[in-house]
Write a protein that binds this ligand. Structure first.
Ligand SMILES: Nc1ncnc2c1ncn2[C@@H]1O[C@H](COP(=O)(O)OP(=O)(O)OP(=O)(O)O)[C@@H](O)[C@H]1O
Ligand SMILES: [Mg+2]
Length: 377
């Protein structure tokens, strides 16, 4: 039996003095009125599986108002193992624990990765490129530690280069000293992104066609380093030298940094690199950002999330923990059924809702329903 999340316990965390939640191996539905803490529980599950929270809270925000310390623990079980993943906030500092021993976020990340789908994600297609980059990286860092380290090193490097760019004493020579690390870390990160996006794409195309009744979706990676067209995604099986691909991208980033140094100095920001790249969708060949209807955008996001589940299975040989926060009400019957069909496919899932009316009887029979905060409809 593959490893799964068994019990979440929290103390002095957000709205909960203390709370324990036993999760089903299949579907757990958390039902309750608004503001009873459903999303808080989903956030704790995400934090203890991925090492990050979609709400990007400061450590103190995780501590129940009036308190000074909070703790969370998630017990994972299966494959002959029991692992406790923990997170504690004390003196305004957050630390992670694995089996009681302090560790970095990497220590809790990825044993059971999580795929979260919440109402904010419904804007994935239309909103700024940052959201799409974060969707890709947030997924990638759970599957591959070198991806995670590159993403974090790269982010720090850009921050430092941007601080330098804002200094009045910043000169072209000072800036150039940073270009190597932007180009080499950026290239390695880009190649990770391309490989992951290529895997997602294969599933996204199929899933979207199924949801939309045959429309053709596509996704491409549009780099900031001057290529006027999106670059070709490598086939998942493409084993052509990774080092060669990194070198090719590195040279392009380095050349673009060189070409745009004057503009960077004027504007005070780094204009080239993965932090400025775009993940772009098309539907039947047209830019989804400008053309997609609400329904098409929703199908696209749904297809992306299902693709994340499938890619996790492909890479790790087991499915992720699927967290569906308050999205049932946002989806129409067809899309709901598509998701619930997926859930029937052996994916451990936690769904929050204010209303059990979104589930049919047979789905509810198979699920474990937990009322949060007393009486609910
Ligand atoms: N650090 C904290 N201390 C105390 N309360 C907090 C803290 N952080 C959040 N809360 C409270 O937790 C409550 C529940 O939030 P949550 O978002 O989990 O509700 P929900 O059940 O998902 O509601 P909805 O159905 O509206 O999405 C909110 O009222 C919020 O003010
Ligand atoms: Mg909520």
């Amino acid at each position: 039996m593959s490893i799964y999340a068994r019990t979440l316990s929290v103390t002095e965390y957000r709205s909960f003095p203390s709370f324990e939640l036993d999760l089903a191996r299949g579907v757990t539905v958390l039902v309750g009125h608004n503001a009873v803490g459903k999303t808080n529980l989903v956030e704790a599950l995400q934090l203890l599986t991925s090492g990050r929270s979609f709400r990007k809270p400061s450590p103190r925000e995780l501590v129940r108002a009036g308190g000074t310390r909070c703790s969370m623990k998630l017990t994972l079980e299966g494959e002959g193992r029991v692992i406790d993943m923990g997170c504690v906030v004390e003196d305004g500092k957050r630390s992670f624990m694995r089996n009681g021993k302090r560790c970095r976020a990497a220590g809790v990340r990825g044993v059971v990765p999580s795929v979260l789908f919440c109402p904010d994600d419904l804007d994935l297609v239309k909103r700024g490129a940052r959201l799409r980059r974060e969707a890709l990286d947030g997924f990638g860092i759970q599957l591959n530690e070198s991806y995670a380290q590159l993403a974090s090193t790269y982010e720090r490097t850009v921050e430092q280069r941007n601080s330098l760019l804002k200094e009045p004493f910043c000169t072209r020579d000072l800036l150039d000293a940073w270009n190597d690390s932007i180009a080499s870390t950026g290239a390695a990160l880009t190649v990770h992104r391309l490989a992951l996006l290529s895997r997602i794409r294969e599933h996204l195309i199929d899933m979207y066609a199924g949801l939309s009744g045959g429309e053709a979706v596509d996704v491409s990676y549009v780099p900031s380093w001057g290529a006027s067209d999106a670059i070709t995604l490598p086939a998942a099986a493409d084993a052509s030298s990774r080092a060669d691909r990194i070198e090719a991208v590195r040279a392009r980033i380095a050349a673009a940094l060189d070409a745009r140094a004057g503009e960077e100095l004027r504007r005070g920001i780094t204009l080239v690199g993965p932090h400025r790249d775009e993940v772009a969708f098309t539907i039947d060949g047209r830019d989804a950002r400008t053309f997609a209807s609400q329904g098409q955008q929703r199908s696209l996001v749904l297809a992306w999330k299902i693709a994340e589940v499938e890619v996790t299975r492909e890479i790790l040989g087991r499915p992720p923990l699927l967290l569906l926060d308050d999205v049932m009400s946002e989806l129409d019957e067809t899309r709901r059924q598509a998701f619930l069909g997926l859930v029937g496919g052996g994916v451990q899932t936690v769904i929050t809702t204010t209303n059990l009316g979104y589930f049919d009887d047979s789905a509810l029979k198979r699920a474990k329903v937990v009322k949060i905060g007393g009486d609910s409809r």
